[in-house]
Design a protein around this ligand. Sequence first.
Ligand SMILES: [Zn+2]
Length: 91
Amino acid sequence: MKQDLPLAYRTIGELVSRFWIWLACVRPGCGHAQKCDPADLADRLGRDYPLTRMLASCSCTRCGGRGATLRLQPPQRPDRSDAPRQVPAVS
Ligand SMILES: [Zn+2]
């Protein structure tokens, strides 16, 4: 099963407080996607739950199809210390 899962992350717990996640239905023609908070998934499934298993077992709320792809979305946090800084051009 093809997945565009970043290899750096293997469990739900690794995403908590780092990302929002988008779960997108794999069925052609459906295209349903849902934004989730990894903290909610970790509460339900456990922080050590493997992402690959979670994706394989989740089902679409629109078409009922099984399987989803995962996309990570960094939270919008302007006060993050590791955020890239805007460097003004100097001429
Ligand atoms: Zn679907």
